[in-house]
Design a protein around this ligand. Structure first.
Ligand code: HEM
Length: 373
């Protein structure tokens, strides 16, 4: 189905981007547009194979254009390139990662040129970073951001990941410019960049994730379902190792972005400023009167005052559950407190599933914002 067809049916909500910290070139209302990730050409793959073979890295692959084997071969080439660079002492420095961060920040704003959503790819890049990390299961030590397995079907097709092909395509473009970076590092760095560049706190981050294979993907059902309530949130997030306070802190990410009819089925933004990281999500949850929206879509809430904002049943659970509500109240009152707790929880989230020995630094780094250069 063409996204353009669905786009025509989308209900637009008023968006106040006045507080957005980045100077979007066209901060007015955005429409929605998307493209599938460009397929890598066979020529590029064979060129990569030839280069690697020449370097003595890998001599033989079975290759079939649309198969996982081909994609895995592609992954292996990249891993091979990474090792080759390491072998020739071309080990990327913090400055190299900062260049990637800066480029992501630039590309994020290119969304305005094609009238994408609210003028930034930031929210969808953050959602990609979170969905690649949030598959982690503490009990079995599987999932998480280490192998970037969402590049492969069936994980790329899991319903929770609908729409993330947009973010993967944006990141693919960056990867072509910086082929030495692993996808897990790139995607999580994208999440860090989105939060920092949209006015949020610094997110401590360090590289070290490696590209994996389709076999390392986790089964469907590990990410939360917006139609469900407090018990479900606890099951999902406690499995990752998070506590109740961290569940609430992480949920504040919904200050950003919006729901899309053709992705999750839900519709609309949570706040009036969906390209700005702020504690507005918590304030609105508490202070607005939320009513069930009357429509033919899935059950969701609308603010009584304007009818243009939304809350998922899972968001609303945060004010229905006593323990969760305590944290919502604290964060609504004190943005600095939320920034601190959010930064800690997100930093931890992005490292789930990555063995400590793989990280290139013993402590996470603080990447510079683009306006700090
Ligand atoms: C608490 C459980 C959560 C549930 C049930 C949930 C569910 C959803 C749903 C249904 C959407 C709409 C997708 C679409 O239609 O495009 C969404 C979007 C989003 N989520 Fe969550 N989410 C949760 C937690 C999180 C966390 C922990 C983060 C990040 C730390 C996050 C970041 C985002 C962002 C930034 C968007 C907007 C994406 C865009 O504008 O394209 N979410 N989420």
């Amino acid at each position: 189905m063409s996204f353009a067809v669905v786009r025509a049916a989308l209900r637009r909500a008023p968006v106040n981007a006045a507080r957005a910290p980045r100077a979007f070139r066209n901060p007015a209302f955005r429409r929605y547009s998307t493209e599938a990730a460009p397929k890598k050409s066979n020529a590029a793959l064979f060129a990569g194979l030839a280069a690697l073979t020449a370097a003595g890295g890998i001599g033989y692959y079975v290759y079939a254009s649309e198969s996982n084997t081909a994609k895995e071969a592609g992954t292996a080439i990249k891993s091979g390139v990474q090792s080759a660079k390491a072998a020739t002492k071309l080990v990327p420095t913090k400055e190299d990662y900062q260049k990637v961060y800066n480029r992501i920040a630039e590309v994020m704003d290119e969304a305005a040129d094609i009238d994408y959503d609210d003028g930034s790819y930031g929210p969808v890049l953050l959602r990609l970073a979170w969905h690649c990390s949030g598959t982690y299961d503490k009990a079995t030590n599987t999932g998480g951001s280490n192998y970037a397995t969402m590049r492969f079907a069936p994980e790329s097709l899991h319903s929770a990941n609908a729409g993330l092909q947009v973010a993967r395509a944006v990141q693919e473009k960056i990867h072509q410019e910086f082929p030495w970076i692993s996808y897990g590092d790139l995607w999580t760095l994208g999440g860090v960049c989105a939060i920092q560049e949209m006015g949020g706190p610094k997110i401590p981050w360090r590289p070290g994730r490696i590209d994996g294979f389709a076999e390392q993907a986790t089964p469907d059902g590990r990410l939360p379902d917006g139609a469900k309530g407090a018990d479900h949130l606890r099951n999902i997030f406690h499995r990752m190792g998070f506590n109740d306070q961290e569940i609430v802190a992480l949920s504040g990410a919904h200050a950003l972005g919006r729901c899309h009819r053709d992705r999750s089925g839900f519709d609309g933004p949570w706040t009036f400023s969906p390209v700005t990281v702020s504690n507005e999500y918590f304030r609105l949850l508490l202070e607005e009167k939320w009513v069930w929206r009357k429509w033919d879509g899935p059950k969701q809430l609308a603010d009584k005052t304007t009818g243009t904002l939304m809350m998922l049943p899972s968001d609303y659970a945060l004010v229905q559950d006593k323990t969760f509500k305590k944290y919502v109240q604290a964060y609504a009152k004190d943005q600095d407190l939320w920034f601190k707790d959010f930064a800690n929880a997100v930093s931890h989230l992005f490292e789930l599933g990555v063995p400590t020995s793989q990280f290139v630094a013993s402590e996470p780094w603080i990447m510079k914002n683009t306006d700090e250069k």
